[in-house]
Ligand binder design. Structure first.
Ligand SMILES: C[S@@+](CC[C@H](N)C(=O)[O-])C[C@H]1O[C@@H](n2cnc3c(N)ncnc32)[C@H](O)[C@@H]1O
Length: 317
């Protein structure tokens, strides 16, 4: 039987999806010929293709993804752009080192489109989806330190409850964590999804295990820590007038982006109790969107996965 990747690369249209907030990203990144860009989460290469088309004939793109399968797909899809694209399989936490090594130190735009790709969700064996039965993996890339199976079967109940509540925004987190611990070992996505559904019950369009799966994915890949560490590095890599665009799918991610952009847009960041500035902090960013850009109702109808997307953009001073 063909693997998911074989199927995808044999028929590059199979996973072609419309990337989230595509026209808004193009409008604000405003790719131009002769410029350089970084897509830190290239995924299936949808936004990347737009950047390369708009920056033809000589714009360059550094395309990073932690997931070797996503990168293989993006390589195939972006092959027509030839040497204008450089591909690197890595977590974006290594952004600064990768950019130095590949000659992308002063770029005109950097995009982060956080979260999972369609390819990952549809590849049952990756364990991201509760729609099929597979091992509880959920690593974005092979270098992650842990798996969802390890977290589910070894973390203390309190800690499980905390991540399910905070990262999953699951009201029933305590009950879910208690049920997980009582039913160990849990080896598959199907077992976990059924257990959570029994505890939480069905309501609305979204599967009851969505929030617990999201929480585990965020914990496995240390997504919030990685974003917090990497935004300052991205800022350093932007040339004057370069733009930083971040699409997040979770309120905690969005808060990290919002607070980072707000802080870097201010000259002084001393606490209000200090009468005279002692921090000597200088603004290096200008926010182009004070409020995040959200998908239209029409986009959400077409692509339910876009429902929680928020795009924030800032420009390097
Ligand atoms: C939503 S998809 C990106 C889709 C892409 N913008 C497109 O148009 O096809 C997110 C991608 O980010 C990758 N990813 C998530 N966390 C990452 C990290 N810390 N470092 C590198 N890649 C990461 C995932 O593997 C996935 O392929």
């Amino acid at each position: 039987m063909m693997s998911n990747l074989e199927r995808a690369t044999a028929q590059p249209g199979v996973y072609t999806h419309i990337p989230v907030l595509y026209s808004q990203v193009m409008e604000w990144l405003d790719p131009r010929p002769g410029r350089s860009y970084i897509d830190a989460t290239v995924g299936l290469g949808g936004h990347a293709a737009g950047v390369l088309e708009r920056s033809a004939p000589d714009g360059r793109l550094l395309a990073i993804d932690a997931d070797p399968q996503a990168l293989a797909y993006a390589r195939q899809r972006l092959a027509p752009f030839g040497e204008r694209v450089v591909f690197v399989q890595s977590y974006y936490t290594d952004l600064k080192r990768i950019a130095r090594r590949t000659g992308f130190e002063q770029v005109d735009g950097i995009l982060f489109d956080l979260g999972v790709s369609t390819l990952q969700l549809q590849a049952a064996e990756r364990g991201f989806s509760f729609q099929s039965n597979a091992p509880l993996d959920m690593r974005m890339g092979p270098d992650a330190d842990t798996t969802a199976e390890e977290i589910v079967n070894t973390w203390p109940e309190e800690e499980l409850s905390r991540i399910i509540y905070v990262y999953g925004e699951e009201r029933h987190a305590r009950r879910v964590a208690r049920a997980i611990v009582a039913n160990r070992p849990i080896r598959s996505t199907g077992e976990l999804a059924a257990l959570v559904a029994r505890v939480v019950g069905y309501a609305g369009k979204i599967h009851p295990a969505t929030r617990t799966f999201q929480a585990l994915r965020i914990a496995v890949n240390r997504e919030l820590e990685g974003l917090t560490e990497t935004l300052p590095d991205a800022l350093e890599l932007l040339a004057t007038g370069g733009r930083l665009a971040v699409i997040s799918f979770h309120s905690l991610e969005d808060r990290i982006v919002k607070q980072f952009m707000a802080r870097e847009s201010q000259d002084c960041i001393c606490p209000p109790s200090i009468p005279q500035c002692v921090c000597e902090h200088r603004a290096t960013l200008r926010r182009l969107t004070k409020k995040p850009i959200r998908p239209s109702d029409e986009e959400v109808d077409r692509n339910l996965a876009s429902r929680s997307a928020r795009l924030r953009i800032a420009e390097r001073l």
